[in-house]
Every structure is written in C-alpha cells, then in structure tokens.
Design a protein around this ligand. Sequence first.
Ligand SMILES: *Cc1c(COP(=O)(O)O)cnc(C)c1O
Length: 360
Amino acid sequence: MKEYPIGLVPGPVSVPKKYAQAWLMNFGSSDLEVDFFDLYAKNQILTQKLLGTRKSVVITSGEAMSILWGSVKSALASGDRLLAVASGLFGEGFADMARALGFEVEAITAEYDSLPDPQRVREAALRFHPRAITAVHCETPSGTLTPLKDLGEIALEVDALFLVDFVSSGGGVPVNVDANHIDIGLLGSQKALSLPPPLSISTVSARAWDAVKKVNYAGYDAYLPWIDVPKKTYMPYTHDWHGMMALNLSLSAIMEEGMDNVFARHSRTAALCRKLAREMGLQLFPVDETICSATVSAFYVPESWTWEAFDAALRARGLVLGGNYGRLAGRVFRVGHMGSQADETLVSRGMEIVRDVLKK
Ligand SMILES: *Cc1c(COP(=O)(O)O)cnc(C)c1O
C-alpha cells in the first residue's frame, strides 16, 4: 500500500493524526454506556452549530451513500414523485436512485460546468407536483457550488420536501440549513470533516419527520429508528464509537478555530489554488470562477497529456489528486482543498509539483 506525502484528493481527505488517535482508545459498548449517548448528544449540538440549524440531527454509521439511499426510501412512499435538480453526477445520481426505487422522477438537468436554473425548477415543480425536490450543494466531480435558497423556497411553495446532499461542502463553506429551508441535509465524515468514511450525518426537519413516520420504511438504512436517539438510549445497531469520538475531535477543532475562520481558510486556499493553476496555463472547468466551491477545484486535463500519464507523473513525485467519473473521466481532474487539505502551504507544494510536471 502506498502513502503519498501530498494528498489532495477531494475526499476521502487526509486524516490528521490528532483525530486518528480516537481509534486507539478502548471503549465499552456503544449500546449500553451512557457515555456514548452523551457523546452523541454533544455531536448533535456541534453539528447544529456548524450547519446553521435548530433541526434535529441524526448520526449513523455507514458511508454517505447509505443516507442518500436511506433518505429517499424513508421520506417517499410508493407513488410519490421526485424532482431531481442536477448539474452534475451526484445530482443525476439522485434521479437514478429514485427511479431504481420505483418512484416517478423528473430531472431538471444543466451542463456540468454551469448551475441549475431556478426558474426552470420552479416551472417543473408547479407542473409536476413532486413530493420531494433533491439538490446537490457542491458537485464534487465538477467543482461547482449551487446556491440553495431559491430552490428551498420553491420546495416550500409547492409543499415538497427539500433533500440536499452537502457531503462535500458541509464544514468547508456555510450550509445554512434553516435559512435555505432544507428538510433533509446529508453529510459524510470523509470530506471537510477530515475523517475516514464510516459516519453519516443528517439534519431532519419536523416536516421530514412527519413524512418519515407516515412512510414507515423499515430497513438497515431507515431513518425512523433514530428519531429519539439519544433520548431513548436505544439504537438499531452497534454504533461506531471510535468514529463518533473522532467526529467530536473534528467538530471541536472547527469550533476552536472559529467557523468563520475555517470558511475563510477554505476560500483563501481555493483562490490560491486557482491563481497558481491559471499562472501555469491550466483551464478551470466551470465556465465562471464565481460558481466554484471553496472545497474543490476542477481543471481540464492539459491538452498534451492523457490523465493516466499526468496522474502517474504526479504520483511519482509524491502528489495524489482526484481523477473523474462518467463523462468527465479523463477530461477533468480535481484538487481537493477541503478540511485538513484547506491548507495554503500544502496546496502550494502540490501545485509546484504540477508545474514541474507540466514543464517537462
Ligand atoms: C463524496 C460524496 C458523496 C459520497 O459518495 P462517495 O461514495 O464517497 O463518492 C456523496 N455526494 C457528494 C456530493 C460527494 O462528494
């Protein structure tokens, strides 16, 4: 197994040693000890603060995909309609998931290097009467950040639940769950929280809980069993105590640094990354820099290179970046500067290697 001195993958990100120490501890059973439920409650409060919400917070074990599937299964009943707002792979993924689950789906799509048009979303919502509207805050493969407020207001207007994947933005940029009227917000541990992948965090509104109760979906990824955790001190499975401890360390570090300082650090690092890239002739993938997320930058693979050769040359010098998927595979690559990687020194060192490789 290879370790890279400079890791700039847009998730999973490098885990600081100070968080990794949580896995060296020997806890009791998370099912039985009051300490675990206290820790769960503390993490709920810290998460509310980080995400700008007074809504309830559910923390489950499992990679973020588990709550993307679980939220759709838990909030929609057979025959319900879902309107997927998509300007990237994850937005389209929501539509694919809902179709696979048998729901009636309409997708409002836009090019990957642009943002969705709220006016088109509103027209579709008024015509289609969806039970839920889904959106993706940061489209990690294309490096864009979709403003959520207009979409949240449309969901309110048509009485649809607003489900938002902010897996790769939460913790790096403000998410403002309440101001953006998000009913179910979805976050993973392996992006801006700088942890390994095994924890997922959801914010759930009162409206969403009503839907979840009515739908009454039962399954490994169901939301309903989590409704009164930690008050009822009972969970559907043995929780990941080590992950929960590491989450506490990560959230506490964010609060200690100050949320505004953390967001400013992400913005500064993103601006630096793009400036250095411009100087060496790399072209940003999104058409307009103002639609980019502060957590990840996407660039076209330079014309004289294949991604495979470029990637191999960077790795040989100790730098690992992100490739891409779907129609962006081989064409667009990413620099992940979220969480522990939102570090100007680290990004400068990484981009210096990119420049050296391009010169050869
Ligand atoms: C990382 C990520 C997820 C989780 O999916 P992975 O299996 O980790 O790729 C979901 N949504 C977005 C936007 C992500 O960036």
